[in-house]
Design a protein around this ligand. Structure first.
Ligand SMILES: [Zn+2]
Length: 68
């Protein structure tokens, strides 16, 4: 493998990791749990626990009208 090949491989890898990092956009954190609207101490957090996150994800898929 020559240098050019190596560089393009590295760029490809960088690009795909950038795309992956940007991909799961989803809802923005609001300071409250997006499911039960419990105030969140950590403003970057979107759900108070995995249960809320799972319920939200399920509702998003099956019953978007249930989302607060
Ligand atoms: Zn919650």
């Amino acid at each position: 493998m020559d240098d050019v090949e190596l560089t393009s491989l590295r760029e490809e890898h960088l690009l795909s990791s950038l795309v992956r990092a940007r991909k799961p956009t989803g809802p923005k954190p609001t300071g409250k749990c997006l499911w039960c609207e419990e105030p969140m101490p950590d403003t970057e957090q979107r759900w108070c626990d995995a249960g809320c996150r799972d319920d939200y994800a399920a509702a998003e898929k099956n019953a978007p009208h249930l989302i607060p």
